[in-house]
Design a protein around this ligand. Structure first.
Ligand code: SF4
Length: 363
């Protein structure tokens, strides 16, 4: 059994606005709730028994880049292991100042994940965001000036009004700014976001009527794979691309089933044997409702997390036997391939990955 705590996740679910496509448990909350939240997460960190030295830290959200600097410093003080091999903060464009970048770097943050989502103003406005392509360029300059060169840029394929030409414009933005890491997410259409709801009911608010079709979105994703590969930014996970050596060490822990401890609302933890989830809503977390814990099933989980990786997974002889039927079916359908004892998704399999993962859960 693995019992080390190798990665630490801090959840900061507060945002300046709620983006139309966002389906996370994050958003705009009263100021005083933010105060109480920082205190609650400090209490949770202090109560934690650190058996092992964390290797990575990830501040996600929400928008942790709006967290007051003294609060951020106080929280990081409570995490052992500084300097961490990798410490990431998620940032919304428009929130990065020279002072913030300097204090982040001094506090051990050495990676910034910037939620640009698009470089096309019309698309950005429809998400509810206020930044421009120039904001992103200027803030990357500020980060580099502060010594933080390990930068990720997020883009979303499938935003309202997106066309092949506008998607190319966003990929041009990536080429110009040359970050070492890029994440490409395909828009998730579900009841948990305002845009998703509107699309599902056939409405037109938030540009829902002009959203690309699933096939177009898949085409945009494939365009990105081709363009980023040509730029030397290779796909190492379904949504993640990096120059060699810039793969996210923290996120790799999720896909390799390595342990991590999460703090704050909706944070998840995994110790090799059990998965634990804190209350999803800020209100429930502040009320002190306990976390929920379930037994992990690493022998199944490794299929749907490990197969997300471009390298795929290596199977033991009994696993080849146990999953022989679905493996044969998907190899025949061109969704999985095997090479030198590894099993991995093909390019087409990546686009239909949920279908593949489902079968391994049921097998
Ligand atoms: S997309 Fe990011 S910034 Fe927008 S509401 Fe969701 S968590 Fe906040």
């Amino acid at each position: 059994m693995v019992t080390s705590v190798a990665g630490v996740y801090l959840s900061y679910p507060f945002c300046a606005q709620k983006c139309t496509y966002c389906n996370f448990a994050s958003g705009v909350f009263p100021r005083e709730q933010e105060r109480n939240y920082v205190q609650a997460i400090e209490t949770e960190l202090r109560a934690h028994c650190w058996e092992w030295r964390p290797e990575t830290v990830y501040l996600g959200g929400g928008t942790p880049s709006i967290l007051a600097l003294d609060d951020l410093q106080a929280l990081l003080e409570l995490i052992p292991g500084r300097p961490w091999a990798e410490a990431t903060i998620e940032a919304a464009p428009g929130t990065i100042t020279a002072e913030r970048a300097r204090v982040w770097a001094e506090s051990g943050i050495n990676r910034v994940s910037l939620g640009a989502q698009s470089f096309v103003e019309k698309e950005i406005r429809r998400t509810g965001r206020k930044h421009t392509a120039q904001t992103v360029a200027a803030e990357i300059g500020i980060l580099r000036e502060a010594g933080v060169g390990n930068i990720n840029i997020d883009l979303i394929a499938g935003l309202s009004g997106q066309t092949e030409a506008s998607w190319r414009e966003s990929l041009d933005g990536i080429e110009r700014l040359a970050p070492p890491h890029v994440s490409i997410y395909m828009l998730e259409v579900d009841e948990d976001s305002r845009l998703g709801k509107e699309m599902l009911r056939g409405g037109s608010r938030y540009g829902a009527a002009e959203a690309p079709t699933d096939d177009q979105t898949a085409g945009f994703y494939e365009m990105a794979v081709e363009r980023l590969t040509a730029l030397g930014i290779a796909r190492y996970e379904i949504s993640n691309f990096a120059r060699p050596g810039f793969e996210s060490r923290h996120n790799l822990k999720y896909w390799k089933l390595e342990p991590y401890a999460g703090f704050g609302a909706d944070a998840h933890s995994y110790d090799g044997a059990r998965r634990r989830q804190n209350p999803e809503s800020v209100a429930d977390y502040l009320e002190g409702r306990g976390s929920q814990s379930t037994a992990a099933r690493p022998e199944e989980e490794r299929f749907f997390v490990g197969l997300r990786l471009a390298a795929g997974i290596r199977l033991a002889p009994e696993e080849w036997q146990r999953f022989a039927a679905p493996i044969r079916r998907f190899v025949d359908a061109g969704l999985l391939e095997t090479e030198d004892g590894a099993l991995r998704l093909t390019g087409r399999g990546v686009l239909l990955s949920n279908e593949v993962f489902q079968e391994f859960l049921l097998a």
